[in-house]
Write a protein that binds this ligand. Structure first.
Ligand code: ADP
Ligand code: ADP
Length: 227
C-alpha cells in the first residue's frame, strides 16, 4: 500500500532520513517508533506530502505519490496529530466536515457522516456537534481530531502521537477505540510514537528508526525476542 524506496530527506543540508526502505501492507497497523529526532514525523509527513522527499521514491497503491493531486491524497489519507489542530472558531461538526466539504459532499451526507463518527468515538452526536473545541476536554478534542481524520473514509490513517497529551485512562480508551476501528474497517494505519508499550500494544508491525534509518522491524513478538 505504501512503499519507500531509498528515500532521503535533508534539512539545511543535514540528513533527517537516509536510504529509507519501507513496505507497509494494506490493512496493516504499522507503528513507527524511535527516540526524538529519529525521523518518525518526517517519515509520516512524507507519505501525505506535507513534507516532500528529496531522494528515492514513495509509492502509494503502486503509484508514485507525485502522480496524485494533493486533494486526492488528502481524501485517501486521514491525518491526526497530537496537537489536534482543531479550528477554534468552528464547531465540532464543521471541524469534522473539513475534508468532505472540500470534496463538496452534499450537506445531508455530511451530517449523517458526522453523526456516525461521533457515535463511533463514543461522543453523543446531538450533544457535541454544535460545541466549539474550547468546550471539550482534551480527550474529547482528540476524539474529534480522529473523527476528522476518518471523515472522508480514507484508505490510510496517519497518526502522529495522537494520544500524547492524554491522561493514562483516556489514553487507554482511545487506544482501544483505534484498535476497534482498525478491526472494523481494515484500514491501513500508520502511527508514530516514542512509547514502546504503545507500540507493542497496538502494532501488527513495529519499525524502529534511529538517526533516519530503520534499525529493526518485526511483529511485537519478534521485537521482544530480538536483543
Ligand atoms: P521525530 O519525529 O522522530 O522526533 P523528526 O522527523 O521530527 O523526528 O526529525 C528528524 C530530524 O530532522 C531531526 O534532526 C529534526 O531536528 C530534523 N527536522 C525535522 N523537521 C525539520 C525542519 N522543518 N527543519 C529542519 N530540521 C528538521
Ligand atoms: P513532532 O516530532 O512531534 O512532530 P517536533 O517538535 O519534532 O514535533 O516538530 C514540530 C514541527 O517543527 C514539525 O513540523 C517539524 O517538522 C518542525 N521541526 C522539527 N525539528 C526542527 C528543526 N530542527 N528546525 C526546524 N523545524 C523543525
Amino acid at each position: 500500500m505504501i512503499e519507500f524506496k531509498q528515500v532521503g530527506k535533508y534539512f539545511n543540508g543535514k540528513p533527517a532520513i537516509e536510504h529509507l526502505d519501507l513496505n507497509i501492507a494494506k490493512g496493516e497497523f504499522t507503528v513507527l517508533i524511535g527516540t526524538s529526532g529519529s525521523g518518525k514525523s518526517t517519515t509520516l509527513k512524507m507519505i501525505n506530502r506535507l513534507i516532500e522527499h528529496d531522494q528515492g521514491k514513495i509509492l502509494f497503491a503502486g503509484e508514485e505519490i507525485h502522480n496524485f493531486k494533493p486533494e486526492e491524497l488528502r481524501r485517501r489519507m486521514g491525518y491526526a496529530i497530537q496537537s489536534i489542530g482543531l479550528f477554534p472558531h468552528w464547531t465540532v461538526e464543521k471541524n469534522i466536515a473539513t475534508v468532505p466539504q472540500l470534496l463538496k459532499w452534499p450537506r445531508a451526507k455530511i451530517r449523517d457522516r458526522v453523526t456516525e463518527l461521533l457515535e463511533l468515538l463514543h461522543l453523543d452526536a446531538e450533544q457535541f456537534r454544535h460545541r466549539f473545541p474550547h468546550q471539550l476536554s482534551g480527550g474529547q478534542q482528540q476524539r474529534v481530531g480522529v473523527a476528522r481524520a476518518l471523515a472522508a473514509n480514507p484508505d490510510v490513517l496517519l497518526m502522529d502521537e495522537p494520544f500524547g497529551a492524554l491522561d493514562p485512562v483516556t489514553r487507554a480508551s482511545m487506544q482501544a477505540e483505534i484498535v476497534r476501528i482498525h478491526r472494523l474497517s481494515g484500514r491501513t494505519l500508520v502511527l508514530v510514537t516514542h512509547d514502546i508499550d504503545e507500540a507493542l500494544t497496538l502494532a501488527d508491525r513495529i519499525i524502529l528508526l534511529d538517526n533516519g534509518k530503520v534499525v529493526q522491524q518485526g511483529t511485537p513478538q519478534q521485537m521482544l525476542l530480538q536483543p
